[in-house]
Design a protein around this ligand. Structure first.
Ligand SMILES: Cc1cc2nc3c(=O)[nH]c(=O)nc-3n(C[C@H](O)[C@H](O)[C@H](O)COP(=O)(O)O)c2cc1C
Length: 295
C-alpha cells in the first residue's frame, strides 16, 4: 500500500504530461501561426525570445510533417492525370467553401515549409494588366497564389513541391490552375513580403472554361536510364513525374534508382528547373506510393 501511495504522484505526473502533449499537438497549428507572427513582428525584438520561439517552432515541425503526409496521401493518381494547365477561366468567383479549404491548405503548407504563400482572390490586375499574360493566352484570372518564401538556395525546389500540393488539392475540388513564372505583372499583383523573402512565382486558380489538354511528354527512358532493371513502383513514380507541370514543358529532370526506397534526382540547366524538380518529386512520391529517401 505504501509503495502504491508513492507511485500515485508519479503516475499523475505522467498522465498530466501526456495530456499536456496531446493538447499541445491538437492546437499546434494555431500555436505556430501565433508564434510565427510574433517571431516576424516587432514583439520579438529581443534575441532571446526569438531563440525560444524558434525552438518551439522546431519542436512543432514533426507534427507538420505528419499533417503534410496526410494531405499528400489523399491525392490520387487520377487527380494527377486529370490536371492540366488551364489559362482561361469563367466569371464564377471561388465559392466560400473552396476559398476556406484552399486557405487552410495554404496555411498548412506555410507552417510546414516556413513559407509566406498568399491566396489572393477576386483580383483581376496581376494577369489582366500584363502583356505577357495576354500573349500567353491567360483570360479572366482573378484568383492566384503568390509563392513567397525565404531568399535561400533551396526555396525554389521546396516551393515547387508545396505549390504543387496546393495545385493538386485544388484540382480535387474542381478548381483549375496554371503555374506562372513569367506571364503576370508583378507590379500589379497584390502580396505582402517581409525582409529576407522573395516572390518566386504565381499559381493562377479558378473554374476553367475548359479542363486543359494533356501535354506532350518525354518517354520514361529519356529521364531515367535504368528503367528495365528498376522495381515496378519506380516506373510508376517516373510516369507520375512526367505528368506534372514544368516550365515551358521542359521536363529537364533525371531520376536514378539507387536501392530500397532511395532515388537520386538531378536537373539540366533551365528556366525554373528547380521548381520543376520539386513538382516532379511530389508526383513521383504519389505515383510510387512510397516514402522516398531522396539523394
Ligand atoms: C515553374 C513553372 C512556370 C511556368 N510558367 C508559365 C508561364 O509563365 N506562362 C504560361 O503560360 N505557363 C507557364 N507554366 C505552365 C507550363 O507551360 C505547363 O505546365 C507545361 O506546358 C505542361 O503543361 P500542363 O501543365 O498542362 O501539364 C509554368 C509551369 C511551371 C511548372
Amino acid at each position: 500500500m505504501q509503495i502504491c501511495s508513492h507511485l500515485v504522484p508519479s503516475l499523475k505526473l505522467i498522465i498530466n504530461s501526456f495530456l499536456t502533449v496531446q493538447i499541445f499537438l491538437f492546437f499546434v497549428d494555431d500555436i505556430v501561426i501565433v508564434m510565427k507572427y510574433i517571431y516576424l513582428s516587432e514583439y520579438a525584438s529581443f534575441n532571446k525570445s526569438r531563440v525560444i520561439i524558434k525552438n518551439i517552432l522546431y519542436i512543432c515541425q514533426y507534427k507538420f510533417n505528419t499533417i503534410m503526409q496526410e494531405l499528400i496521401k489523399e491525392i490520387t493518381l487520377d487527380t494527377i492525370k486529370s490536371r492540366h494547365s488551364v489559362r482561361r477561366y469563367t466569371e464564377e468567383p471561388l465559392s466560400e467553401e473552396h476559398n476556406n479549404i484552399l486557405k487552410e491548405i495554404v496555411d498548412k503548407c506555410n507552417a510546414s515549409g516556413n513559407f509566406n504563400m498568399q491566396l489572393i482572390t477576386d483580383e483581376p490586375n496581376a494577369f489582366g494588366k500584363s502583356f505577357f499574360a495576354r500573349y500567353g493566352k491567360f483570360y479572366n484570372v482573378r484568383n492566384y497564389i503568390c509563392l513567397i518564401g525565404p531568399k535561400a538556395k533551396e526555396t525554389e525546389e521546396r516551393l515547387g513541391y508545396y505549390g504543387e500540393i496546393v495545385v493538386l488539392k485544388a484540382q480535387q475540388l474542381g478548381i483549375n490552375s496554371c503555374w506562372c513564372g513569367l506571364s503576370y505583372s508583378k507590379s500589379n499583383a497584390i502580396f505582402k513580403i517581409n525582409d529576407g523573402e522573395k516572390l518566386y512565382a504565381l499559381i493562377a486558380l479558378g473554374y476553367g472554361e475548359n479542363q486543359g489538354v494533356q501535354h506532350k511528354s518525354k518517354s520514361p527512358d529519356k529521364i531515367s536510364s535504368d528503367i528495365a532493371s528498376s522495381p515496378e513502383w519506380y516506373l510508376e513514380g517516373i510516369e507520375a513525374a512526367l505528368l506534372g507541370p514544368s516550365a515551358v514543358n521542359q521536363q529537364k529532370f533525371h531520376f536514378r534508382y539507387i536501392n530500397d526506397n532511395r532515388v537520386a534526382v538531378s536537373t539540366d540547366w533551365g528556366f525554373y528547373n528547380k521548381t520543376d524538380i520539386g513538382i516532379a518529386k511530389l508526383h513521383f512520391e504519389i505515383g510510387s506510393q512510397k516514402e522516398i529517401s531522396w539523394i
